[in-house]
Design a protein around this ligand. Structure first.
Ligand code: COA
Length: 223
């Protein structure tokens, strides 16, 4: 009888999660995980000592903590803003057999027809409309608007209050910075940055920094 009770209790208890990255982005991800009903055990950080000094939150250790954990008991959220590093951490975590949950803030509005990849985080106030596809490990940050039929590439980063018109494509690892706008049916190239407050009125090629209104390519970026 006691054993059955324990099994039921275990089934009803919250799923455990750790957040990889104890910086500013990680703190927001931690809040969302909590709001999604996870029990947050703490942060993992590649420099746990520095993270402990700057944070009042629990820092469990570095990635060796993930190696030693039981992946059937805990999953790992991506709390890293930098796109390339986020992918490297995602590959490490899944290589350890651990799940990368998709986290959607209960205060975001996401159409039921949206396809969200593993490890995607959608922040409070974001709106993602019909038939949009959000690739693995991408971030849709606070208040961002991702309109219908958008295709957001893997590990792309859509910053707070960015607005993407319908049928926009954002390449993998691209960064649409705070408050930037992309007019409908345009493309932001893979690995490119569209600067804060900019308006893309034409396609932006791969691996460049572009900004301004209208946005102009300013310089190349190494892939
Ligand atoms: C696009 C960006 C990367 C450019 O950074 P940078 O190459 O370091 O540029 P600098 O800060 O050296 O500025 C160079 C010049 O460009 C101008 N500039 C920079 N960003 C600009 C922008 N977004 N719009 C218009 N002008 C801009 C600067 O005013 C400066 O002009 P000056 O030479 O006349 O003084 C940066 O503006 C940006 O948008 N970063 C992303 C911020 C963000 O969204 N972070 C995520 C938070 S969650």
């Amino acid at each position: 009888m006691a054993a059955r009770k324990d099994i039921l209790k275990e089934r009803m208890s919250a799923k455990k999660i750790v957040v990889f990255g104890a910086g500013g982005h990680g703190k927001v991800v931690m809040d969302i995980a909590t709001q999604c009903g996870y029990e947050v055990l703490g942060f993992i950080d590649d420099d746990p000592e520095a993270a402990r000094l700057r944070s009042s939150f629990i820092v469990l250790g570095d990635r060796n903590w993930i190696r030693a954990a039981n992946p059937s008991e805990v999953c790992c959220a991506l709390g890293i803003g930098r796109n390339n590093l986020r992918m490297e951490i995602a590959q490490f975590v899944t290589g350890c057999g651990m799940e990368l949950p998709t986290l959607v803030s209960p205060r975001a509005m996401v159409s039921a027809s949206v396809d969200l990849g593993a490890g995607v985080v959608v922040m409070p106030g974001a709106v993602i409309n019909a038939m949009a596809r959000i690739g693995e490990g991408a971030i849709v940050n606070s208040g961002a608007v991702v309109e219908h039929d958008n295709r957001i590439g893997r590990y792309a980063n859509i910053s707070p209050n960015a607005s993407l018109g319908g049928d926009v494509e954002v390449g993998e690892f691209a960064h649409v910075a705070i408050g930037a706008t992309v007019l409908p049916s345009h493309r932001i190239g893979a690995g490119s940055i569209l600067g804060a407050g900019s308006v893309a009125t034409a396609n932006i090629p791969d691996h460049v920094v572009a900004f301004g209104v209208p946005a102009k390519v300013q310089r190349p970026l190494l892939p």
